[in-house]
Design a protein around this ligand. Structure first.
Ligand code: GAL
Length: 660
């Protein structure tokens, strides 16, 4: 990333699809881009049919001209491999490249993403165009970054996928007896006697084997990764110094980004906060922190966001004035070194005609484009932030495998979800301006003062032992309900739960007791709060019951001193204020305070995060807010000096660097 931002400062731009426009528009694009401070554009994401109009043909002339135009304008190109959307000729001539859904129906061209990740023909054709693209543009002065495919997430149940799944399973288990044992196939007479009998989890009469499903999800993520790697290796072979990325989609279930992130040079993400969701600011902050975590703390790139309304929700709310700036700066505050949009110029035709863009249909002389331009220019004032880290003393543990395993059908309640739990535990930290690293269950935890585990339904012996050691060594741990329940084959760990964490939390349970509506709980001091959906029949075994289910004597929240550290266990889903209270106590145990001096509480809807030596304050609310700050400090965005407090109008942002 440093190579990209060196001399450019923060990156600013978007998806540029000049193939949708006559060439006389391109010159205007370049001029408008320069005026808006655009320094990076993503080109060619959906251009396969244009580059290869029929099998084996090549038409690079137009792309040569686009690359030269961008170079002349001083704009770097993030050149995409066009393999997310194959041309109709691929599916027409080789229907086996088209994906098949779980009911066995083929999905057709006429949209995008219609490929089977395990199709040898797709692979061959995709690598063919990627090779020629890389050969052609290696050494082109505009080429700054490679963008492989787009938003990987395809799943296919065709026979070729089934064969690839079997090969993956053979590699994992070696022999059928081991697979039968891992999948628990004595249940419902599912024992396999020949590898050829194993299929993908296609549509079946009733619930499907959960371990088969879990392995299928692992396989699907790996199959896509194998394809990504094949493209990446071609690019790296030809341009070893040009970084490679592929755009993630935040908390996207089908792909285990922990296993992907190390395979790219820069982590990038597409983020489309829902303007109608009051939790959007915190949800988005969480996603940004995840991206930083995926890059092990390195700066990341916001590859796509929208300048206004999207077109794919049923009812698409616009972004009010100031919102695009606020959202973009939120990403900078949380570690992004680049802010890009989908897309530069709004399409006249195609399925995304009504998606906002940096240049709307009405043209550049518009409120929206004026905002884009002002924002692009003001980013220069933040150049020194590029490359700076976002230090955090709190880790939030999240794993895709546990997510997959938790949300299989046939569980005590489908109202306990991994990402809802993650957000619920994140919000009270966000509200206090406590910076958080999102980490995988296998992460080294030594540097953290507090480790929060909102849910870890599936936990390996090793990761459970690491959590225990972390507490014994002096760490503070906070664990949410229904954690430590299954092993990595999704087999229930027998004995009182959470078996592998029982010792460290100093408590254990024997029954899950989901509830309808609310239950009353009581702090040991007497005050009451409510919880909902989920309760557990727990007994303390050394832990102190900090709160009980009212009138039952059963613990609801437990605190346990173990070794040098402290473990908290929450056996229900407390109302937000109560979870915030537990979080505050765990933070106090850990000695962690928020971004604002003296640990001051932030006004509602105000976000505070420190990046490098800059304190970012963002007002997501509808009211003007006043925030205490260390003074005196300079607001890099306005040049004004703040001393003691900053007043933030709705949607305002301050980027404060202390004097001296
Ligand atoms: C993304 C995608 C873009 C565009 C955008 C619209 O998911 O990568 O190509 O479709 O959504 O919001």
């Amino acid at each position: 990333m440093n190579a990209l931002t060196r001399g450019r400062g923060l990156l600013f731009g978007g998806d540029y699809n000049p193939e949708q426009w006559p060439e006389h528009v391109w010159a205007e694009d370049a001029e408008l881009m320069k005026a808006a401070g655009v320094n990076l554009v993503t080109v060619g994401v959906f251009s396969w049919a244009r580059l290869e109009p029929e099998p084996g043909a090549r038409d690079f002339g137009w792309l040569d001209r686009v690359m030269d135009l961008m170079d002349g304008a001083g704009i770097a190109v993030d050149l995409a491999t066009p393999t997310a959307s194959p041309p109709p000729w691929l599916g027409h001539r080789w229907p086996q490249t088209l994906p098949v859904d779980e009911s066995g129906h083929r999905l057709w061209y006429g949209s995008r993403n219609q490929f089977c990740p395990s199709s040898p023909v797709y692979r061959e054709r995709a690598l063919g165009i990627v090779t020629d693209l890389a050969d052609r543009y290696a050494g082109h002065p505009a080429l700054a970054l490679w963008h492989v495919g787009n938003e990987y997430g395809q799943v296919c149940h065709c026979d070729e996928s089934a064969a690839a799944f079997r090969a993956w399973l053979q590699d994992k288990y070696g022999d059928l007896a081991t697979l039968n044992e891992a999948w628990g196939t004595t249940f419902w007479s599912q024992r396999y006697s020949d590898w050829a009998e194993i299929v993908t989890p296609r549509r079946a009469p009733y619930l499907i084997n959960p371990t088969q499903q879990l392995d299928w999800r692992r396989f699907c993520s790996d199959a896509l990764l194998a394809h990504y790697r094949a493209e990446r290796d071609i690019l790296r072979g030809r341009t070893p110094d040009t970084p490679v990325t592929t755009n993630f989609m935040g908390l996207f279930k089908p792909v285990d980004y922990w296993s992907w992130a190390g395979e790219e040079d820069i982590v990038s993400n597409d983020c489309y906060p829902d303007p109608g969701d009051p939790l959007s600011p915190a949800r988005t902050a969480l996603t940004h922190d995840l991206m930083r975590g995926l890059g092990r703390g390195r700066p990341w790139l916001l590859m796509e966001q929208s300048a206004g309304a999207v077109n794919w929700r049923p009812h698409n709310l616009p972004k009010p004035p100031g919102q695009l700036r606020l959202e973009s700066l939120q990403a900078v505050a949380r570690g992004a070194d680049g802010l890009c949009y989908f897309q530069w110029r709004a399409s006249r035709f195609g399925a995304e005609r009504f998606h906002a863009a940096m240049v709307p249909h009405a043209g550049p002389d518009t409120r929206l484009h004026a905002e884009v331009r002002a924002h692009g220019r003001e980013l220069r004032a933040l150049s020194s932030v590029a490359g700076q880290p976002v230090p955090a003393r709190v880790a939030l543990v999240f794993g895709w495998e546990s997510w997959w395993a938790l949300e299989e059908r046939g569980r005590p309640s489908d109202r306990l979800n991994a990402t809802d739990q993650l957000l619920a535990y994140y919000v009270p930290l966000w509200e206090r301006g406590v910076s958080v690293d999102v980490v995988p269950p296998s992460a080294g935890l030594a540097g953290y003062a507090l480790v929060v585990v909102p849910n870890l339904f599936l936990v390996s012996d090793r990761d459970a032992a690491a959590l225990t050691d972390y507490v014994r060594g002096g760490g503070v741990l906070m664990v949410g309900p229904f954690s430590g329940i299954v092993d990595d084959r999704a087999h229930v760990r027998t004995g009182r739960f959470p078996a592998p964490l029982r010792e460290v939390i100093g408590a254990s349970g024997e029954e899950w007791l989901p509830v309808d509506g609310e239950v009353r709980c009581r702090w040991s001091g007497g005050a009451e709060f409510t919880a909902r959906t989920w309760t557990e029949l727990m007994a303390a075994e050394g832990a102190e019951a900090v709160a009980e289910f009212a009138g039952s004597g059963r613990p609801a929240v437990l605190r346990h001193r173990a070794g040098e550290g402290v473990a908290w266990y929450v056996a229900t889903m407390p109302e937000p204020a109560a979870l915030a209270e537990v979080t505050a106590r765990a933070l106090a145990d850990a000695g962690v305070r928020g971004a604002v001096p003296g640990g001051a509480r932030l006004p509602p809807d105000v976000e505070a995060v420190r990046r490098g030596d800059v304190l970012f304050l963002l007002n997501h609310g509808a009211e003007t807010a006043s925030v205490p700050v260390p003074g005196p400090a300079e607001d890099l965005l306005t040049g004004a000096t703040a001393d003691g407090a900053v007043t933030l109008a709705p949607r305002a942002v301050a980027a404060l660097r202390s004097h001296g």
